[in-house]
Design a protein around this ligand. Structure first.
Ligand SMILES: Cc1cc2nc3c(=O)[nH]c(=O)nc-3n(C[C@H](O)[C@H](O)[C@H](O)COP(=O)(O)O)c2cc1C
Length: 149
């Protein structure tokens, strides 16, 4: 099964979480790609089947620089993507006014595009606690979804 991991980070936390998910997925036999979010445009993104998104938030509730072009394209599209299954981890800090703003905006847009959310999004406050447990559950859900297909 193929899993495509997209991340956007400013200081490395989201990348580390994405790399850990990548290693776990590979150890379970997934074929993976892992890229900065801006690696994808809508033509490449819309054809993906199984996607994990890991993003932190910068500025005032904004997507980190390495995800901004992707986010701008995603925001502008109306193409429905019901065949795209995804899970999302948002890193942030509650000391900021717009907690996990980037993750929340992306998650909302993916729902509007009828993407298939296979696990509740995880929002981390000031650390990356819970990401390992989330990753285990996410991969389990992906496997059972694909069994049902
Ligand atoms: C300048 C700056 C702005 C930030 N803005 C927000 C914000 O608006 N909302 C939020 O929830 N977290 C915000 N954060 C917290 C980061 O998202 C959080 O520390 C995250 O773990 C960083 O992950 P990264 O290393 O992947 O970039 C901000 C952090 C910094 C340094």
């Amino acid at each position: 099964m193929i899993l495509d991991i997209l991340y956007a980070t400013q200081t490395g936390n989201a990348e580390e979480v994405a790399q850990n998910l990548n290693a776990l997925a590979k150890s379970q036999g997934f074929i993976t790609t892992i890229n900065e979010m801006n690696f994808h445009n809508m033509s490449s993104f819309r054809v993906l089947k199984n996607v994990a998104i890991v993003t932190s938030t910068y500025g005032e509730g904004e997507v980190p620089e390495m995800g901004i072009e992707f986010w701008n394209e995603l925001k502008a599209t109306n193409i429905k993507m019901p065949k795209l299954s995804y899970g999302l981890i948002a890193l942030g800090d509650k000391s900021h006014e717009i907690f996990c703003g980037a993750g929340k905006m992306i998650a909302k847009k993916l729902e509007e595009l009828n993407c298939n959310k296979i696990i509740e999004s995880l929002e981390c406050d000031g650390d990356t606690r819970g990401t390992k447990e989330w990753s285990i559950k996410f991969l389990e859900n992906l496997k059972s979804k694909n069994k049902d297909d």
